[in-house]
Design a protein around this ligand. Sequence first.
Ligand code: FAD
Length: 361
Amino acid sequence: ESKLLYKTDIVVIGAGQAGLSSAYHLKKLGLVPGRGFVVLDQSPQPGGAWQYRWPSLTLSTVNRVHDLPGLAFSETLDNDAPQVRANVAVPHYFEVYEKTFGITVYRPVKVKVVCEREGRFRVETDRGFFAARGIINATGTWETPYIPEYRGAEKFTGEQLHTKDYQTADVFKGKHVIIVGGGISAIQLLDEISQVTTTTWVTRRPPLFREGPFGAEEGRAAVAAVEERVRKGLPPASVVSVTGLPVTPAIEAMKARGVLKRREMFSEITERGVQWADGRAMNADVILWCTGFRSSLDHLMPLMLREENGGMVMAGRLATMVAKDPRVHLVGYGPSASTIGANRAGRAAAMELMEYLGLRA
Ligand code: FAD
């Protein structure tokens, strides 16, 4: 029995920065929203993963949210005070953006799996099926928190949380919190939590602090390094691993408070806490894993796009095209996993995919 509900040329999966930029360009190049292409998103509201960020993440503590094409973020801010919450301001921006450009997003619609059926893609969702000739995947990373495996993790009687679970430091009052990770999120949460309770900070490698501003030149070099990896089919590396951590006034203040003392990674988890290779042990109530995210791509599994190492060989002008199947583009993956990168990649993906499918006038 065929449950086919909808036939279209291109399905865009995800309506964050990457999906909206792609949709803008598909429309600009002549595809009609809701007919020539459809945008599906599993979240209840506009805003991509920004709607889930913790409340203390403000426009002054994010790196920078780059403008989507055609409408500046600042134009949608009625209040540009730096303490405006990112989880309010960005969803509002995306909502105005969708309305301004007539980009209909079907939500909440979760894509469960994409497979190949009679020369088309069959996109199976929790709300029905779509048949498409091409896919722009823009599902981000938020749904795929990464926690490394350590011996004994299942024995721990305290609480283990991930960045994704964080809302406010207050819930940790009176508890000892071990914060794991050397990225920007780890440092921001360490900053907040260490102001209300005792903390221990552990990282695998000594963190690389970078004095002075991060220039455009260095930015390009960092992105180029990730692009080179994915063109070879290697799994993308996190951007901080190539950019280092900027020394901000907040970091200076943490140093002064004595909370920025990094310890090396423990070797196992015990019932009451953690233990290092030399036998030292420490009790803890909470282990907070700020160990990042992976690309949310499980729904593409049946297409068998991955290499054995978990990466994919990427091609195309901005490395958004999956070499094994040029009908699939990934935006917000690898070198385009930033708001500015996703923005540019959306344009390249829309152009290349429409060209490949013969949809360009
Ligand atoms: P998302 O915003 O995650 O959007 C993906 C969308 O896909 C979501 O709406 C989700 O609901 C949907 N989706 C996922 N799976 C499915 C599915 N199976 N079916 C249907 N829909 C699905 N980058 C910057 O450039 N500047 C910053 O300041 C910055 N700060 C950050 C702060 C934090 C705490 C984090 C975690 C990341 C930050 N980033 C920042 C990185 C940032 O997340 C990306 O640059 C960008 O916002 C990602 O956009 P996206 O469209 O790829 O993904």
